[in-house]
Design a binder for this molecule. Structure first.
Ligand SMILES: *Cc1c(COP(=O)(O)O)cnc(C)c1O
Length: 339
């Protein structure tokens, strides 16, 4: 395979044009065959519902080159399933799971030279999305949809890499309401989160930690990632909430934590508990496991680690998870699929 000439070890988490993307159109109740294209622009009516009424859902997953040279996706079936849930929730046509997986496979195949080599710490990030493209000016679902998959090689989401980040509890702005759409992966949730995120970054923090919108008492999640803490008993504690996105990474870590004797607990997590945790982290496909160094809440600050060395729990979980993704550890649960 002739690989693209990139500085694989120093990639940012950012958009980069690759050779091909794939597109399918839904019309009159059916998806078409789909076509690979080199075009990175989309042509659509200016009255398309995605541009006015937020009919947009997306996914994010990673493809890795493993130790033995296999090109694999991590838990892609879960992404396919979640995409269906997200589309259904905002009344969009959903790509069937097999079509989703096939679309990813074809796109990765066509961009094979952009799959980062094993051992560089980089991966191929896959971004599938569905948008309402049919024109409407009254508020109703579109009668046409486009499903696109594009890919790009990426490095770590937080520029720090596997180094502790600093969070601030957001107790003013909400990301999502309990009976809203915070539990699906739609663009609108991110638009709602920008003001908090930008304010936190201006104040010198890496990201925010949202509280539940109703009581402002329980931890929801961080902007683009779920949250977990390690309590005094060494248990893995992660919030249960109606308004957070069920992270596939978190679901995987819960299984690993169980196996590693960290007795996972998924329950409402009172924000005061941040002061008794002995380690904490953020998790998601892009964030992988990002150790949390400190959390600022009002005029108080919980500190988990000083300096650049991640806590021992985050480190152990990170090694286990990435070991499975990279084929350094056996995949006993069928999480890995050859692409
Ligand atoms: C995508 C996403 C996550 C992480 O989910 P993964 O399935 O682990 O990638 C967490 N929170 C939000 C809001 C997300 O959009």
């Amino acid at each position: 395979m002739n690989r693209a000439d990139l500085d694989w070890g120093n990639l940012a988490f950012g958009y980069r044009k690759t050779d091909y993307n794939i597109r399918y159109t839904w019309k009159d109740g059916n998806w078409n065959e789909g076509t690979l294209t080199k075009d990175e622009n989309i042509n659509m009516p200016m009255a398309a519902t995605c541009l006015h009424y937020g009919q947009e859902a997306f996914e994010g997953l990673k493809v890795f080159e493993q130790k033995n040279g296999d090109i694999v996706a991590f838990r892609i079936e879960e992404n396919a399933r979640r995409m269906v849930r997200s589309c259904n929730k905002i009344f969009m046509a959903a790509p069937p799971e097999e079509m989703f997986i096939d679309a990813v496979r074809k796109t990765v195949e066509a961009n094979r030279k952009f799959v980062p080599p094993y051992g560089t710490g980089a991966s191929l990030y896959v971004r599938p999305l569905v948008i309402g493209t049919g024109p409407q000016i009254g508020v109703k679902p579109a009668d046409e949809y486009v499903f696109i998959v594009f890919v790009m090689p990426v490095g770590p989401y937080f520029k720090e890499g596997f180094k502790p980040i600093n969070l601030i509890v957001e107790s003013e702005y909400d990301r999502a309401a309990p009976n809203g759409i915070g539990d699906v992966k739609v663009g609108g949730n991110y638009a709602a989160g920008l003001r908090a995120s930008i304010r936190a970054k201006k104040a010198g923090f890496t990201e925010v930690l949202y509280l539940d919108a109703k009581e402002k008492r329980y931890i929801d999640e961080s902007g683009p990632a779920n949250f977990f803490g390690i309590d005094q008993n060494g248990h893995y504690v992660t919030p249960h909430s109606e308004s957070i996105l069920p992270s596939i990474t978190n679901m995987s870590i819960v299984a690993l934590a169980e196996e590693m004797g960290m007795k996972p607990e998924r329950r409402p997590v009172d924000v005061e508990e941040i002061f008794s945790f002995k380690d904490a982290g953020c998790c998601g496909t892009a964030a992988v496991i990002t150790p949390v160094g400190s959390i600022t809440y009002g005029d108080r600050k919980a500190v988990y680690v000083e300096g650049d060395t991640p806590g021992e729990y985050c480190t152990a979980l990170y090694k286990k998870l990435t070991g499975i993704q990279l084929g350094e550890e056996p995949d006993t649960r069928g999480w890995i699929r050859k692409i």
